[in-house]
Design a protein around this ligand. Structure first.
Ligand code: PRX
Length: 637
């Protein structure tokens, strides 16, 4: 697809859009750029509830920022209480379990559930500033637990249910959590994911955890440790369903979400309350064009940032109906998603290119069996979307009626940063198009100077925005080094990009040792550290290999310690090993055993060459620093 295929929004869409026409977008963008204090101050006043007003809109002491210092607000109040009068009987959450069970919860109902659970936490002595780990399947109680924490100022960290006990342990310890909220298990492709069992293993080495609250989902046999473990339903039965939301500082820590960086140790990305809330609220309105009657479905998992911002907090803040689905898209068959769209008359669908490619591969007959006419807007996130997937999504799912918002952002950015506003910006498939108001991105070279049109460079952001991360939990130095020192005065995204002659941004992927598999971020170093812990492994180098469905796939090059090895058996064992150390989703797709790995004379593994080998099967790049070229020629064979 050349850059010249352009899809302007239809007149019908423009007419009803929250931001209608390109001039309306430009006006917002210019106002945010030229008068940020006024722009964000007015929006904060109009769009959110505050117990107390701020002294300043923001304070920028690079690289640290405060938004709305002096103000008091509460996330849970903004997502629930303020809607009760107008939207009390409207559905807040429509949930479908993988086995086919269903729950519809109104704003009033959700408010009660959250208040009850907040009272449970209060009764057990938890208070603002304490830390809770939430390790749960995709059930309504997951947002309930998150909202109950935010109601009292308890800092939560959701750990995706696909993470192993080892990964969970590292997060509990790093956060210094004293509370863990989990479930007996959850359903995935008809099998039980045994969460409580994994939590028990993790907690053997987490003496700081005082309480584990367990939701009953699958009813399977689990162990309950006396004094430490409690059933959710038993605690909940003893408390009232009214609980005041606590007025908290705008900068009160809201949550920590761990993500992979360029080292073996995940980073705890800290988000705070007021600015984050404003960022997600505005992007829900601008990008997802939310209307009062919409049914909105982000088919991600709450365990990732997409789920935090655009399944839970964003949709509830704007008072929409958010759909949650517990399971896999192919269970019981490949039309499961289209059944959900038809059944609940979903208007807006937001998903990842990996999911789109997987659905595409199984053929048009699945979507074609269902009435998808309720859809009016489609979204994509997590990785660059290739033109074939874009076209299929546009034609087969959206029937050429629905604009596609290709949204670029990150765990660190909190809210969407570069994306079309669907009623304003003509689309170019594969381009995230233009920045959101208040976001000043640039494509720069090694020297930090902007490059010209169509030239590749690093994507950086020039000014702080409301939902920006505040620091890395417990490691402000790493925050400064990783994000604010590569290009002085700018936030370094770790992505490469180019900007075309019309000013459209094209994201080209990571420039660091971070892989993007199925839209999930994985660190090569983290997987390598896991692999070298195995007794048979001497060295490991992990690279991303282009993959038709998942974008990239994990490919591991391994050298072994002495002795005889059955390679096939060992490869399987190593895959299991990585599942246990990190989680199933990090398992290498390909394992290659090698006699040696390519290294520089100073002994550093040259992953760049391995990437070339798995991508093109040959090495054409610079090899002058390579110690022994024969290693590369053997690997390439
Ligand atoms: O490389 C970019 C890619 O995903 C990275 C962020 O990953 P994570 O923090 O896990 O958040 C994913 C969901 C927000 C980015 O550095 N990425 C995200 N969205 C896009 C994308 N690449 C291209 N196009 C996108 N729309």
């Amino acid at each position: 697809m050349s850059d010249s295929s352009v899809y302007p929004p239809s007149e019908d869409f423009v007419r009803q859009a929250n931001v209608s026409g390109i001039d309306a977008y430009r006006d917002l963008y210019e106002r945010a750029k030229n008068e940020p204090e006024k722009f964000w101050g007015e929006l904060a006043e109009k769009e959110l509830f505050w117990f107390e007003k701020w002294n300043h809109v923001f304070e920028w002491d690079p690289p640290f920022v405060k938004w709305f210092p002096g103000a008091k607000t509460n996330m849970s109040y903004n997502c629930l209480d303020r809607h009760l009068e107008k939207r009390g009987n409207k559905y807040a959450i429509i949930w479908e379990g993988e086995p086919g069970d269903e729950r519809k919860i109104t704003y009033t109902g959700l408010h009660r559930l959250v208040c009850r659970f907040a009272n449970v936490l209060k009764e057990r002595g938890y208070k603002a500033g304490d830390r809770a780990i939430i390790y749960m399947p995709m059930l309504p109680e997951l947002p309930v637990a998150m909202l109950a924490c935010t109601r009292l100022g308890i800092i939560h960290s959701v750990v995706f249910a696909g993470f192993s006990s080892e990964a969970l342990k590292a997060r509990v310890q790093d956060l210094g959590a004293t509370l863990v909220i989990t479930a007996d298990g959850g359903w995935r492709r008809g099998k039980e994911v045994r969460l409580k069992k994994a939590a028990d293993e993790a907690l053997e080495e987490c003496p700081g955890v005082k309480d584990v609250i367990v939701l009953k989902r699958t009813g399977s046999q689990i162990e309950m440790k006396p004094g430490r473990d409690h059933w959710w339903h038993e605690l909940e039965a003893e408390v009232s369903d009214q609980c005041e939301a606590l007025p908290l500082d705008a900068e009160h820590p809201l949550f920590v979400l761990y993500t992979s960086g360029t080292t073996g140790k995940p980073k705890g990305i800290l988000h705070t309350t007021g600015g984050y809330l404003l960022g997600i609220t505005m992007t829900m309105k601008w990008i997802f064009d939310i209307k009062e009657e919409d049914v909105y479905w982000c088919a991600a998992d709450v365990g990732w940032i997409t789920g935090h911002s655009y399944i839970v907090y964003g949709p509830l803040s704007v008072g929409t109906t958010t759909v949650m689905y517990e399971g896999a898209p192919d269970t019981p068959a490949w039309d499961r998603w289209w059944r959900i769209v038809e059944k609940y008359k979903v208007n807006i669908l937001y998903t990842s290119p990996t999911a789109i490619r997987a659905l595409l591969r199984h053929g048009d007959e699945w979507p074609n069996q269902h009435d998808l006419s309720s859809l009016r807007l489609l979204g994509s996130v997590g990785e660059p979307i290739n033109p074939a997937a874009w076209e299929w999504y546009y034609q087969v799912i959206g029937k050429k009626r629905c604009p596609i918002v290709d949204t670029w952002w990150q765990t660190e950015t909190g809210s969407i940063m570069i994306s079309p506003m669907p009623g304003a910006v003509p689309l170019k498939p594969g381009s995230a198009t233009f920045p959101v108001p208040g976001v000043l991105p640039e494509v720069v070279g090694f020297d930090g100077k902007p490059v010209g049109p169509n030239q590749e460079g690093y994507l950086v952001i020039r000014r702080p925005w409301p939902a920006m991360m505040r620091t890395i939990w417990g490691d402000p130095k790493r925050y400064e080094e990783q994000y604010w020192s590569r290009v002085p005065g700018a936030y370094f995204t770790g992505d490469a990009a180019r900007r075309d002659e019309d000013g459209y941004f094209w994201i080209l992927g990571r420039v660091d040792d971070v892989m993007n598999v199925s839209g999930h971020r994985l660190s090569t170093m983290e997987i390598e550290s896991a692999l070298v812990k195995h007794p048979a492994v001497a060295e490991a180098a992990v690279v991303g290999k282009p993959d038709e469905i998942t974008g990239q796939a994990v490919c591991a090059f391994i050298t072994l310690k002495g002795g005889d090895h059955d390679h096939e058996k060992l490869a399987e064992e190593l895959r299991e090993w990585v599942s246990h150390e990190i989680g199933k989703f990090a398992r290498p797709k390909e394992i290659r055993f090698a006699e040696a790995l390519p290294k520089t004379r100073s002994g550093k593994i040259m992953r760049r060459l391995l990437r070339e080998i798995v991508t093109t099967k040959e090495v054409t790049g610079d090899v002058t620093t390579l110690e022994d070229f024969s290693v590369v020629s053997k690997l390439a064979k």
